[in-house]
Design a protein around this ligand. Sequence first.
Ligand code: 2AM
Length: 222
Amino acid sequence: VPLEETSLPLFFGWFLLPGIQDKVRCTSMDFLKTLDTLEAFKKHLPDFTVEAEKEVDLEQYFQANGVLHCTTKFCDYGKAEGAKEYADKPAVKELYGSAFELSLSALFVTPRTVGARVSLSGDQLTLWPADAEEVVSVVPAAATTLPAGSRAHITLGCAEGVEPQQTGFDLLEILALQQEGQEGELVEEMELGSLAYYGKGRWLLSLREPISAQACFSSLYG
Ligand code: 2AM
């Protein structure tokens, strides 16, 4: 009996190949290392952490775990809504095990998560579930105004006690602000790109050169 007939995975997604995982981790570390030394970051530190700390070491603050990936559909072994329908989609079956080039266009940091925004191509959007942005209770603007694929991201780290799915919500929140016309306060031109501040401890670094990341579309049973 094929495995897919007995159970569904924890999630489907694109899993970064080992070499590019190292590169993305290093880029993210470099960014965090620089960010927490910037005067602008120190100025907004009270937005970032509730504790009356003078400094924060961002590399320590976020915990990374597991293989870097961009979740398409969280199935929770079949318990999540739409899991079976997703697994049965022709595109999912056809492209399972195929290689893709993901484009990482931005890095973002909030008091809860650090992640990379993934800008999906038309091809890649065929694997994107229609309901991914329907998180009205968490980010009200997301479902109505943001295009499909907006939530696509790679979680690079979470603060203690924060669930990984928070990374997607944090990204949607920033994109919803942009959609409303809030450009963010341009803080600094960094080597990697331009850094903008969106209030409440939310930082977005738009990469000058998007990172092209080889990834395999697959699933994790965990
Ligand atoms: P992430 O995609 O933001 O990193 C296993 O927990 C993986 O599934 C993680 O990568 C996690 O978050 C994602 N995940 C967990 N719960 C989820 C949910 N309810 N919706 C979407 N993705 C979820």
